[in-house]
Design a protein around this ligand. Structure first.
Ligand SMILES: *Cc1c(COP(=O)(O)O)cnc(C)c1O
Length: 391
């Protein structure tokens, strides 16, 4: 999406970076190094939940940095225990493991599923099932359950996994009937793979099949969790709960933190020394995440996300046609006829930051604090960019 000449010369070339440097932010606004102002409708890939330079989050980070940033998991950490309690209370009876990213959260979930499968009742279970267009991360375990061949093939061989069409209950029914499935990994909305929303009833069917065949259900809420879809966790829209849940992205409001929540009944599988991380759940990251969780996960804030999402969908439907707009809350995709790159660039020229997703999809994931007026501005700028880029 950028000319090769713009690429930084001492960095690896694994990102197609846009030729812009943001140096400052406030709320939903960003400024680049030439002083140009932008409306941020991407939030650094659905991360900056409270926007930029949020006073409460900034203060919490500064306060914690002034007290204690890091001690390691050799010791008890009050902020970690508080954060675990706040999250578990809003989800299901379970326990938490903290790490630093989404892929680490899924990697930990994968390892727990593997341990469970190695000692499952009635014989070892090792089959891992995931879905086409799903994304679970870039470390080898998480990559092994990520379908996209472009991400996988350079790194093969990977641990075996099976991929089924997203939303296809019949395919999953048949696959699970063959036996030996340890875990099913699924996103409620495929954030990287084109903003496909699990069809109504799909997550409930996956839950029922996992129960029937004695497999663990892992719901990847890395992108959808912590209020992004208007519920604390997107599976709550479907009235089902997973056995393991992966979190990251929005959780720390920009400070790196990931987590996996594990249902109480299987929370004892990891014994001391079996898995760990040096940085995971350090006081700084947990203080940031506590601020985000307490701010976002209130009925009123969640209702605002839902309302802003509806306004955004209505505006986008007016521009592109309702049949091209999908998603939930403030995680919305627009199906285009071509790769979104030129439209992303045209938006930037209008002072609007948006992002791509898979399958010719434009992704909108603004900070969760976005106002109704800013939604209006977003749609106006996108309309101008659409016209300018000829989309
Ligand atoms: C972004 C993402 C990941 C990977 O998270 P990282 O922090 O980049 O490792 C995993 N799963 C989903 C659903 C994601 O959106």
């Amino acid at each position: 999406m950028s000319t090769p000449a713009a690429q930084p010369s001492h960095l690896l070339q694994n990102y197609a970076r846009q030729d812009v440097r943001f140096v400052r932010g406030k709320g939903c606004r960003l400024w680049d190094d030439a002083g140009r102002e932008y409306l941020d409708a991407f939030a650094g890939v659905a991360v900056s939940a409270l926007g930029h330079a949020h006073p409460g989050l900034t203060a919490a980070i500064a306060r914690q940095a002034g007290e204690l940033i890091h001690v390691s998991n050799h010791y008890r950490i009050q902020e970690q225990e508080d954060l675990a309690r706040e999250l578990v209370q809003r989800a299901f009876p379970g326990r938490m493991l903290f790490c630093n990213s989404g892929t680490e959260a899924n990697e930990a979930a994968y390892k727990i599923v593997r341990v469970w499968g190695n000692q499952a009742d009635g014989g070892v279970k090792r089959r891992m099932i995931a879905f086409h267009n799903g994304f679970h991360g870039r470390t080898l375990g998480s990559l092994s359950i990520t379908a996209n061949p472009a991400y996988r093939e350079p790194f093969e061989p990977l641990p075996p996994a099976e991929f089924l069409p997203f939303g296809d209950v019949a395919a999953l029914t048949a696959a699970m009937a063959a036996g030996g499935v340890a875990g099913v990994f699924v996103e409620p909305i495929q954030g990287e793979g084109g903003l496909h929303v699990a069809p109504p009833g799909f997550l409930a069917a996956v839950r029922a099949l996992c129960d029937r065949h004695g497999a663990l259900l892992v719901i990847d809420e890395v992108q959808t969790g912590i209020g992004r879809t208007g519920a604390a966790f997107a599976w709550q829209h479907d009235g089902v709960a997973p056995d393991l849940m992966a979190l990251a992205k929005g959780l720390g409001g920009g400070v790196p933190i990931g987590a996996v929540m594990v249902r109480e009944a299987i929370a004892g599988l990891l014994k001391p020394g079996m898995h760990g991380t040096t940085f995971g759940g350090n006081p700084l990251a947990c203080a940031a995440a506590l601020t985000v969780v307490r701010e976002v996960l209130t009925p009123r804030f969640l209702a605002d996300i839902t309302a802003r999402g509806r306004e955004l969908v209505a505006g986008l439907a007016g521009l592109f046609g309702a049949d091209r707009v999908r998603g939930r809350g403030l995680l919305i995709g627009v199906q285009l006829d071509q790769a979104p790159g030129p439209l992303v660039i045209a938006c930037r020229a209008q002072g609007l930051v948006v992002g791509p997703s898979g399958g010719n999809t434009l992704r909108l994931a603004p900070p969760l604090i976005i106002t109704a007026a800013e939604i209006g501005e977003l749609v106006e700028k996108l309309a101008a960019a659409k016209k300018a880029a000829g989309f």
